[in-house]
Design a protein around this ligand. Sequence first.
Ligand code: ADP
Length: 450
Amino acid sequence: MFSKILIANRGEIALRVIRACKELGIRTVAVYSEADVNSLHVRFADEAICIGASSSANSYLNIPGIISAAEITDVEALHPGYGFLAENPHFAEVCESCQIKFIGPKSDSMKLLGNKMATKEAMKKVGIPTVPGSDTAVKTKEDALAIAKIIKYPVIIKATAGGGGKGMRVAHNDVRLASAFYMAQSEAEAAFGIPDVYIEKYIERPRHIEFQILADAHDHIIHLGERDCTIQRRHQKLVEESPSPLLNSKLRKKIGELAVKGAKHIKYVNAGTMEFLVDQEFNFFFMEMNARIQVEHPVTEMVTGIDLIKEQIRIAAGDKLGYNQDDITFKGHAIECRINAEDPENNFMPSPGKIETYHAPGGRGVRVDSHVYAGYEIPPHYDSMIAKLITHGRTRNEAIYTMQRALDEYVVSPVKTTLTFHRRVMSDDAFLRGEIDTGYAERITQEAEI
Ligand code: ADP
């Protein structure tokens, strides 16, 4: 096992990794930007090194700065968290060439999974249903129109290098497709430096269901069930739960087995997530695989009792998974609400600033993963998520009622947060009945469908 790990991230996930390391007896090194000097991940790590100015480009994306910090502190391994450099194969290669173990998949897997279209092709080969669409990058408007003619409207244009819901556009007819095509290309170029886009059938009113994979370096792969991440705004998740109220045990088993088959086929190692869309007729389609720990991993931890961060570290250290698929049991129901410093009354506009009053909920069945406190200044430079509130109950209703009272207890002021949005969702009849699709959040906030 490693004796010292550097965490190349900030916020709640940096803190989450530090906590897992402490429980494993591993010393930790935090890196931070000038804006994060007062952050809890800096305070709770054994050592902390400033790696640059506030902007992400100068700090959490600054590869030479992070590698220097790792070398100075003599760490054996590095955990990338999510976002920033977590899925950057070049960064993983640099780590390995400096004899620093990257806690994540091999760089070859990251390269493949970074290209969503190539990944879909790989999954198709082992019989996993994928969303119908183009099998190469679509270069011209004419090609886009020809594909739409075959797969029929509505269609969605997506960036091959996509992530975070960026570079995606829906079109219902030829006229809209032409303009959406150019917009998606330029958005993809701006966000990922690669303008390539592809086209898929737009699945109407789908649910987003993903399977958590764990794979050790000894060809042993299992899944830890699903997470339902259907409640999204602009393709970004807001609420996640496990198990999905939609799946029965037969469908769960079927998709779970295919997810494992797909991960095996690409020789995946470490924690990963296979994402699927499920349509109104219960047809399911593979969308992409994420080569990192996900924001929403706690709901899986709550229902399986498995600490995913510790498993990531053990796998990177070369340990075998200590259990088989049949040993995985699911207990109760867990829900996560992402608390973002955004104003739901004002088009979810970011609301950075100083938190004057802060009170986190507690009690039975409540978990809060957060890096903020009273007096904390939310920097404007990064993602707006300030906390994840997770509840667990014996049944879905129990998890929801616990969430309702935890949301009532939660005080964050004067910055605006998504707490108000979540309070509304948790008492909404359609949500209580489990009748949701990916357009749900926008409908209840009365925004346009896309
Ligand atoms: P990203 O990597 O940017 O998060 P994903 O491919 O994971 O993008 O898609 C994010 C979300 O966009 C999905 O959860 C779903 O809501 C929507 N989406 C993506 N592809 C389709 C599709 N073919 N039909 C309908 N919705 C889609």
